[in-house]
Design a protein around this ligand. Structure first.
Ligand code: NAD
Ligand code: TDX
Length: 358
């Protein structure tokens, strides 16, 4: 028999969180789900259209750093499971404005850990099946040369304010396991792509710009390598770790799919050319590619060794990269209203600051 859970998902209105909320509603409809999200620029209720509030689903707008609000929620609801996605997630923004990353990723995670510790050490919640799953990133491990992979035993070596804040939160989570016995788990995943990703990240930004005939900014020489994973595969992995992972453990999640950024960008261009034909200029969309100033401290290569999750939990990615990019391009083509609503005034301002008038 499946255990029925009361799950607090944080950041469920963001890219991965919304995909995970959708997966849980479809696969574990009997679970009660509370989605807590601050609705920052990256959080969007439109990511959850079709998910109605009711006995099994509730949305709460709050900041994970607001200790009073979080403790009140734990007092009001029999939460036995936390899946913690909420974060400031964009590396470039962490370079221009790190403060929010410290507040949300470090202090916010601390606030959640404290609330869970206090609540779960109280009477009535000690059924031995509570879980605090912290969603983290491969970026905590730093940057690889041409060889090697990140394993769960790889020493942390974060190099951007974003990755340093995620590393700090991972350390806090582990400290709560060792010190207080909080049943924590951590997943460290590679780059995700797919529906509902905010167009500040490489793939949706390239799709959006290419559709509007704008230049396609590629940082540095375009040869930095990321390991790309379709978001649906990531969400399936998160559910596996939540239900069957061993508390105290970390699980690396990756697509075994290393690509140079320039390969990713040209693939998106070629798919759009195939889907829509050439633009009015008669030039392929590859002609829009523009090499721009590199990101400060730009990590060269990430690559995940996902042996542990494959061997322990039997998880493997199901969506191939070309297939996943085609599905993603098609989703953005079919959801131009969603895109139009998120590229509002503040996005335009962000874009001008980052990329100038291009
Ligand atoms: P996102 O930026 O799309 O969404 C973040 C969500 O968190 C938004 O809904 C936002 O409103 C919410 N949020 C931000 N600050 C908050 C706060 N103080 N209180 C409550 N809610 C807050 O991020 P994403 O890409 O979906 O990433 C989700 C998680 O997965 C993050 O923890 C990120 O570090 C991790 N991760 C992301 C990737 C990736 O490729 N996107 C890869 C590995 C790990
Ligand atoms: O305009 C761009 N041009 C460009 O060349 C942008 C936005 C990015 N890039 C490069 C930088 C990276 O090498 O593309 C690569 C991917 O960039 P992002 O989409 O910003 O992702 P990245 O910095 O790799 O981090 C992502 O994966 C790990 C997520 O944003 C993180 O939240 C996650 O932890």
């Amino acid at each position: 028999m499946q255990k029925t859970r009361t799950v607090l998902v944080t950041g469920g209105c963001g890219f991965i969180g919304a995909n995970f909320v959708r997966l849980l509603r479809a696969k574990r409809p009997e679970w009660r789900l509370i989605n807590l999200d601050k609705l920052t620029y990256a959080g969007n209720l439109n990511n959850l259209t079709g998910i109605a509030e009711g006995p099994e689903y509730r949305f709460v707008r709050a900041d994970i750093g607001d200790a009073a609000a979080i403790e009140e929620l734990f007092a009001a609801e029999p939460i036995d499971t936390v899946v913690h996605f909420a974060a400031e997630s964009h590396v470039d923004r962490s370079i221009t404005g790190p403060a929010a990353f410290i507040a949300t990723n470090i202090n916010g995670t601390f606030t959640l850990l404290e609330a869970a510790r206090k609540s779960w050490s109280g009477a009535g919640r000690q059924d031995g099946d509570s879980r605090f799953l912290h969603i983290s990133t491969d970026e905590v491990y730093g940057s690889l040369g041409a060889e090697g992979y990140f394993r769960e035993t790889t020493a942390y070596d974060p190099r951007s304010p974003y990755s340093a804040s995620k590393a700090a939160s991972d350390h806090l989570v582990n400290a709560y396991f060792h010190t207080y016995g909080l049943p924590t788990l951590i997943t460290n995943c590679s780059n995700n792509y797919g529906p509902y990703q905010f167009p500040e990240k490489l793939i949706p930004l390239i799709i959006h710009n290419a559709l509007h005939g704008r230049s396609l900014p590629v940082y540095g020489d375009g040869r930095n390598i990321r390991d790309w994973l379709y978001v649906g595969d990531h969400c399936e992995a998160v559910l596996e770790v939540l239900e069957r992972g061993v508390p105290g453990r970390s699980y690396n999640i990756g697509g075994n799919n290393e690509k140079m950024n320039i390969e990713v960008v040209t693939l998106v261009c070629d798919i759009l050319d195939r889907r829509l034909g050439l633009p009015a200029t008669g030039m392929t969309r590859r002609s829009l590619i523009t090499f721009v100033k590199d990101r400060l401290g730009h990590d060269r290569r990430y690559a995940i060794d996902a042996t542990r999750i494959r061997e322990e939990l039997g998880w493997q990615p199901q969506v191939g990269f070309e297939q996943g990019i085609e599905m993603t391009v098609d989703w953005y083509l079919a959801n131009q209203e969603w895109v139009a609503a998120v590229v509002d005034g503040s996005y335009q301002e962000y874009y001008r600051t980052m990329y100038g008038g291009n």
